[in-house]
Design a binder for this molecule. Structure first.
Ligand code: MN
Length: 291
């Protein structure tokens, strides 16, 4: 099942080239304080039979091409990133001072994970707005894991039981010396989408081709089989430090081939069996006025 958010916070199930609006199945009245995580994602487990029934029904489909796809998670409690999780990316980073900025990258368990600000999150219909004209902003295509159930100190053997599904992620990054959590948290620098494909439709998340082109030119191409910490180990590692809540996103790391984007560029990214996305870089630099 492919779960999306579209047209100003409607919840949808994607069926071929159509979208079924299932918003009314969800309780959107929130108590205060809001429990951590995303209130819609938290309800999906309990609604799976009803969602499947909607998919099997003759309920009207809206053409996918006519809807505006927003980030499939509206309110994650956190977005977790893995900074150096492909060997070839570690090698390219250490060989390029514009990427490494004086760091010598070694292994993921020496650097740990980082968090991207939730306010950086956008969907595929939105544009990445480059913030700084005088600094390098890079693309990083990644398999994104969306958590479906609270996960605290879970083992890698049970880790996938806590996953709702997968999406394509772009971990846009300002290169520089500051901590990754700062450089990777710029508004619009986390693209997630176009939907969440549930785990039952992905046989093995650690065996997926992923590619990214900029303006039609190949930049990145690899396979999640090359992840140093695979999906299960990343969940084990992340949840050993903090509880993961429904809707939390783990960006699993980028392969080699990272490079800069400029205003007006078009990025096409694909994760095998998950989705193809096209995301535009806004034609101008970000300004204080976002209207
Ligand atoms: Mn990354």
């Amino acid at each position: 099942m492919k779960i999306c958010r579209f047209n100003n916070d409607r919840v949808g199930i994607v069926d071929g080239d159509g979208v079924i609006d299932v918003t009314d199945l969800f309780d959107r009245q929130q108590a205060w304080p809001v429990p951590p995580g995303d209130t819609i994602i938290r309800q999906i487990d309990g609604l799976k039979d009803k969602l499947r029934a909607a998919l099997a029904s003759d309920q009207a489909r809206t053409p996918l091409s006519s809807v505006r796809l927003e980030s499939p998670v509206a309110n994650p409690s956190k977005i977790v990133g893995a900074p150096i999780n492909y060997k070839a990316h570690i090698e390219e980073a250490n060989a390029d001072s514009e990427i490494s900025h004086g760091h010598v990258y070694t292994s993921l368990d020496q650097y740990g994970l980082f968090l991207k600000a939730n306010t950086s999150l956008i969907g595929v219909a939105d544009e990445v707005e480059i913030r700084f004209a005088d600094r390098r902003t890079d693309h990083e295509v990644e398999l994104a894991v969306v958590i479906g159930r609270e996960a605290r100190m879970v083992t890698k053997e049970e880790a996938l039981d806590y996953v709702l599904g997968y999406a394509v992620g772009l971990d846009m990054t300002v290169r520089g010396k500051e901590f990754p959590t700062f450089r990777k948290s710029v508004d619009t620098y986390c693209v997630l989408g176009p939907w969440i494909i549930t785990t039952d439709e992905v046989a093995d998340p650690n065996a997926l081709e992923l590619t990214l082109t900029v303006n039609g030119k190949a930049r990145q191409g690899s396979n999640t089989s090359k992840l140093i910490f695979n999906v299960q180990r990343l969940i084990e590692y992340a949840s050993s430090f903090y509880t993961l809540y429904p809707g939390d996103v783990i960006m699993t790391g980028t392969p080699d081939g990272v490079g800069p984007v400029e205003p007006g560029d078009v990025m096409d990214a694909e994760v095998e069996g998950v989705a193809k996305i096209q995301v535009r870089v806004a034609p101008g630099y970000a300004t204080a006025d976002r209207s």
